[in-house]
Design a protein around this ligand. Structure first.
Ligand SMILES: [Zn+2]
Length: 103
């Protein structure tokens, strides 16, 4: 009985984290008017692969994923998150794209 309660509590916690993760993505999408979000998401993934990252690492390094992953356990994150939070990784990828011809 105790085991079932612990498992269900753990599952509930994991579900809350997952839902929070997806809510962060929804906020990111609305801020970027949806389509540019997906364009930039895919662009970052491609840049990461060009840099030599493996599939999973390239996915995890996408700036939107980093923000969501780093803050998914903070249920209050979206209450105080500043609009258009851009982490330095996104800026580095913009810089990489601008200077692609030099690589
Ligand atoms: Zn995600």
């Amino acid at each position: 009985m105790v085991f079932v309660i612990i498992v269900s509590t753990q599952k509930e916690k994991q579900d809350k984290i997952l839902i929070n993760h997806e809510k962060i993505h929804l906020r990111q999408q609305w801020e970027m008017l949806i389509l540019p979000f997906f364009v930039w998401y895919i662009t970052e993934y491609i840049i990461n692969r060009i840099k030599g990252m493996e599939n999973r690492a390239a996915y995890r390094a996408i700036s939107f994923e980093r923000e969501a992953k780093e803050n998914e356990q903070n249920q209050d994150y979206l209450k105080y998150r500043r609009p258009l939070t851009v982490d330095d990784f996104l800026l580095k990828n913009v810089f990489f794209l601008i200077n692609l011809d030099k690589f």
